[in-house]
Design a protein around this ligand. Sequence first.
Ligand code: BG6
Length: 483
Amino acid sequence: MTFNSDFLWGGAVAAHQIEGAWNVDGKGMSTADVLTAGTYQIPRRITDGILPSEHYPNHEAIDFYHRYKEDLQLFHELGLKAFRTSINWTRIFPNGDDETPNEVGLQFYDSLFDECLRLGIEPVITLSHFEIPYNIYQKYGGFKNKAVIDLFVRFSETVMKRYKNKVKYWMTFNEINNQADAHDILVWTNSAVQFSQGDNKEEIVFQAAINELIASAKVVALGHQINPDFKIGCMMAYVPIYPATSKPEDQMAALKMMDRRFFYSDVHARGVVPSYIEHLWKQKRYSIELSDEERRILKNGTVDYIGFSYYMSGTVTTNSTSQGMPVDVYPNAAIVKNNYVQASDWGWQIDPVGLRYILNVAYERYNLPLFIVENGLGAYDKVDSDGRIRDQYRCEYLKNHIDQMRLAVEEDGVELLGYTPWGIIDIVSFGTGEMEKRYGMIYVDKDNQGDGTLERKKKDSFHWYQKVIATNGQDLTITSINP
Ligand code: BG6
């Protein structure tokens, strides 16, 4: 058997993309609640509070908050062994700095986890998945402020103590390295930081990130005291960068780009700031606040495993005449299309071999167990007149990635804890706010305008994945499910 008998075949979502009920039962406003809907071409916007004229797709999402029992029943039928979701900080501490937690919010996750366990599904929990209490932005300016470290630790301690006998697998910050490029929306969702004119964005992101890494290390150490059996990981977005040619400068540019993203897992896993980043801070005269005591905290709070998402690879050239998207890590570096791979309708390069590649690179770099906690194809699905959703393309995407994951385990000896494909049920897209960028194996009747019955339907991929799990990844054939 390639995969151990306890391999965690699962599915993943995040609270703000699925729960809805954004202002119900004492929940406070979060950074996700002020994100408008966008499209592939039109970016989502951050509004100044909630404006009645705007459509906020996360406010209702797919109403999992009220329908979780029905949905978990479907996950159980699918055979899921693990369900990755997040705890919405604002259900527990509506403002982030409240004196006492909201008991009704705590009870919601009690019921959710109890139901998972009753159905034999292991909850895998992210503490912060792209949503932070809005008050933390307004009052503290987000994670660039050191005061937020202990607010996050208090939230984490509260839920880790409460669910210490229900949840074993935790992750601290979702895709913490996604803010590396200082992209406005990604910095907002990761750190609740908005830039002002004249800000040195890169320096601010480094400070916010260091504060998050300290918070994470504190939570890892504390979590191990709360329950020594806890497995606490980080969560990275891994996008391997290939050099466009064998030109040495292309190779250097690829290395520099990879380092910028690896910085985060280097700190999480090794407990020290890597020398290439310390050097960069000096070179650029950044004054990042990081005391000796905080360095000790980083050292004492290294993670048990590396959780990561994998959707695509990227390619970098240093050919100055290229029409690519410039990146400033190396002279003339620009991201270009890779002609050897296809792309999704949203332009994400589909590269299954890249998954095996990054599994190898990350395992060699950290020698820690790995957990693929997101992977999947965002696609337009169509309900046929007979009610079926024939999403063979999704099965193919997943099959090709599972094949490479198998090779990484079998041929390369990578230690892999599990695989939880993204959006096991259709949810609101994080990047665009669309409902119609669907990842699920369960269809949800809702469109980009927010219209629909919210009815759930099994897609063809549901039956395919059911068989994959039942055979512990041995039978990946697709044709048999499509009579
Ligand atoms: C990851 C996030 O970046 O990718 C998820 O952790 C997100 O929250 C997923 O939904 C897919 O991205 P998108 O933009 O297609 O929803």
